[in-house]
Design a protein around this ligand. Structure first.
Ligand SMILES: *[C@@H]1O[C@H](CO)[C@@H](O)[C@H](O)[C@H]1NC(C)=O
Ligand SMILES: *[C@@H]1O[C@H](CO)[C@@H](O)[C@H](O)[C@H]1NC(C)=O
Ligand SMILES: *[C@@H]1O[C@H](CO)[C@@H](O)[C@H](O)[C@H]1NC(C)=O
Ligand SMILES: *[C@@H]1O[C@H](CO)[C@@H](O)[C@H](O)[C@H]1NC(C)=O
Ligand SMILES: *[C@@H]1O[C@H](CO)[C@@H](O)[C@H](O)[C@H]1NC(C)=O
Length: 368
């Protein structure tokens, strides 16, 4: 199989934006075809992971770069374990109805009567988040009326609460329904029914099957056919991996030292400007098993007290621990990200002269 043309194209700086994030996403092809499992290992060890496709536009962009007869693995694989709630709980109480003739995946919403409906995950709906009690106080529920897709709803709940709601019993089903009082609307709950899942755990319900129902468990894309094809996992194909331009530098430096290093070696000290940016940074930290603190490009104006990014932009979107930005005169003037609980990361202010690892963004500069 001829992979060299593809490789040349891919290494010539082929890139796309990471999904809804400002970081660049580079696609990298494996040099020799392997089975799917080895392809996954290859991507995780050398880059980030096998590619997740979120939209038709992304799928088309990948099509545009395939120039030969290559067969490419993407990260989609038939689901291995049982269906779980968004928060990882096993489904004990199951009030789903059969989706006759409906294509998986679909997501579940609770209707005004308490029934669980099957809805296209891309639909925009209100949604219910929950907060974990501290062992003494019970769970609490919050209905978010703003309408979003199931994946965006999940992300919102994980940022601002514990997660999308899980329902363990018919008693709890009624409790959740009653949160709204009498003015009932239908809303997302934390359950997606899917028969396939992405290697990087990404929340994407996008599927464009060319050849469904082949009883094969892995997925390839090929030139000239727009969609996804099911393929046997033990056959060989070339991995298409992705790598976002987010770099963790494991050298303890002061904030200024980190700023200099990132300016010299990459595009600059890292900015986190949206929930999508935050999600990518969290994945990079988890992947490296680093809990922080790790410097971000956050600096407080000594004179005025507001926080700015190295490019001079004000900090608009933020993710401060405790929910509010550190204010003068008690604050330290530089900002870092650190773990705030299992799998969660928040920002905090720190003494600029303390030394930490740091995150840079942008393309690595070639040595001259
Ligand atoms: C959901 O809302 C987003 C933005 O608000 C919009 O771009 C998208 O088309 C909507 N989706 C559907 C299925 O209506
Ligand atoms: C659901 O039930 C399981 C086991 O009974 C429990 O561990 C979990 O905390 C419950 N989750 C919620 C959100 O109530
Ligand atoms: C869903 O749960 C409610 C109780 O909360 C029950 O009355 C109803 O019959 C259930 N529906 C299905 C389809 O299981
Ligand atoms: C993939 O190939 C490796 C050898 O490179 C082999 O050990 C492994 O069992 C194969 N996995 C599958 C699922 O075929
Ligand atoms: C991650 O770090 C923790 C604590 O430092 C350690 O116990 C654990 O083994 C590490 N995990 C991996 C995969 O390196």
């Amino acid at each position: 199989m001829e992979t060299s043309a593809l490789l040349i194209l891919l290494s010539a700086g082929l890139c796309m934006s990471a999904f809804l994030s400002h970081y660049k996403r580079n696609l990298k092809a494996q040099s020799t075809p392997t089975n799917w499992t080895d392809a996954q290992t290859y991507c995780r060890e050398n880059h980030m992971d096998l590619l997740t496709v979120h939209t038709l536009e992304e799928a088309e962009r990948v099509q545009n770069i395939i120039t030969d007869e290559s067969i490419l693995w993407i990260g989609l694989r038939r689901r291995q374990g049982p269906t779980k709630w968004s928060n990882g709980d096993i489904v004990h109480f199951d009030n789903r109805t059969e989706g006759y003739g409906q294509q998986l995946p679909y997501c579940h919403s609770m209707s005004a009567s308490g029934r669980w409906e099957n809805v296209d995950c891309a639909q925009n709906k209100s949604f219910m988040c929950y907060d974990e009690g501290d062992g003494h106080s019970p769970l609490s529920y919050t209905l978010i009326k703003q309408k979003s897709s199931w994946c965006d709803a999940q992300q919102y709940c994980r940022e601002h609460h514990t997660d999308l709601v899980s329902i363990n019993s018919s008693t709890q089903n009624t409790e959740v329904l009653d949160v709204q009082g009498d003015r009932r609307v239908s809303f997302w709950i934390g359950l997606m029914s899917a028969d396939w899942e992405w290697s990087d755990g990404g929340c994407s319900s996008f599927r464009n099957w060319d050849s469904p129902n082949q009883e094969r468990d892995c997925v390839i894309i090929i030139k000239g056919s727009p969609g996804m094809n099911q393929y046997k996992c033990d056959q060989t194909a070339t991995a298409i991996c992705y790598e976002d331009e987010v770099h963790l530098v494991k050298q303890p430096k002061t904030w200024e030292g980190a700023l200099d290093h990132c300016d010299r070696e990459y595009g600059g000290l890292l900015r986190v400007e949206s929930p999508q940016d935050q999600r990518i940074v969290e994945a990079a930290l988890k992947r490296s098993n680093v809990s922080g603190p790790v410097w971000l490009g956050l600096r407080q104006s000594c004179l005025f007290g507001f926080w700015i990014w190295p490019n001079g932009a004000n900090v608009e979107w933020s993710n401060w621990a405790g929910g509010s930005q550190p204010d003068k005169p008690l604050s330290h003037n530089c900002g870092a990200i650190a773990t705030s609980g299992p799998g969660m990361f928040k920002w905090s202010d720190r003494d600029c002269l303390s030394k930490s690892y740091f995150l840079c963004e942008g393309e690595e500069r070639q040595a001259v």
